[in-house]
Design a protein around this ligand. Sequence first.
Ligand SMILES: [Cu+2]
Length: 349
Amino acid sequence: MISGKIARAASQMAKAPGLFLASLTAAGIMAPQVALAAVAPEPAAAPAQAAAGSYTPMTPTPGIGMPVDGGIGFQQQFSKLGEYGEWIHNAVLLPIIGVISVFVLVLLLIIIVRYNRRANPVPSKTSHHTVLEVIWTLVPVLILVGIAIPSIDLLAKQYKPAPKDALTIKVTGNQWFWTYGYPDNGDFEVISNMLNLPGQPTINNGVREVGSEPWDGPSHLEVDNRMVVPVGEPIRLQITASDVIHSFAVPSLWFKLDAVPGRINEKVLVVEKPGVYYGQCSELCGAKHGYMPIAVEALPRDKYNAWVLTHAGGAIDGQKAAGSETDYLPGEQPAGEASEAPAAEAAAE
Ligand SMILES: [Cu+2]
């Protein structure tokens, strides 16, 4: 384990000597003074603090990444998928629902006024009308097809796997808190508990009260240790649970995926803007189901790396190139090759 860390750190040395020494320093292997003396060309030049790992939690913007008073729509979205989903809801579904509801209401009113017993004592005996029947079958079919096209497109995009070299973060639901594992960053783990509520019975022993730090967000949503992620790059979230089924859900990031014991569910997350985004467990999971919120803090890469280095054993991952690789799963072939392969086999037969 330790030798693995040293090996990994050593491989980074070639690329970034400062970071290598910083990680050694963070791991307690080398004294900071020795590290700096050994590398820094001029003592004053190296901002040692940033490289050695530093982190102050970000103060959330009110109303962003969290519910708002009287809100009835979606939370403001901070991912491409979320913006697309919100567009389908606002520009496709709501107008269709509105037009159909008004149309049916108008038909009902016409029937009530014009075809009641007094206004129309002798009702028509017509029972079939071919043109009308074709229209009222065809129009709903076309409406459903029109809704299905963007819906299936969104569904497909949501389950597109992360690029091969995306950063992996493992999310585990527990009764009643979340743990976040960082296998690409030295495999440390963050335990995330809801902050206690002032003047109310203690929910989590040994955890401070919400509002006791300047960066605390809303009560019931803020946690002691947030899930920190890099902004603007695809992240492979692998989600599981240790006891019962939970669900990892963050509305403003258009993200919800069940956490099932003994199983890993995977989905890609790309956060567009730095910020703090809150969510909650969304699967009834026991007595304290309502007290296991999620707080995702998205930071620029350099700040994310500095956060990583604040953890024992934390190591900077190989700065994954965002989206440079293809989107197929490990072991799968690219679309072009895959289509050629069966043809080649067929030709051989
Ligand atoms: Cu839960």
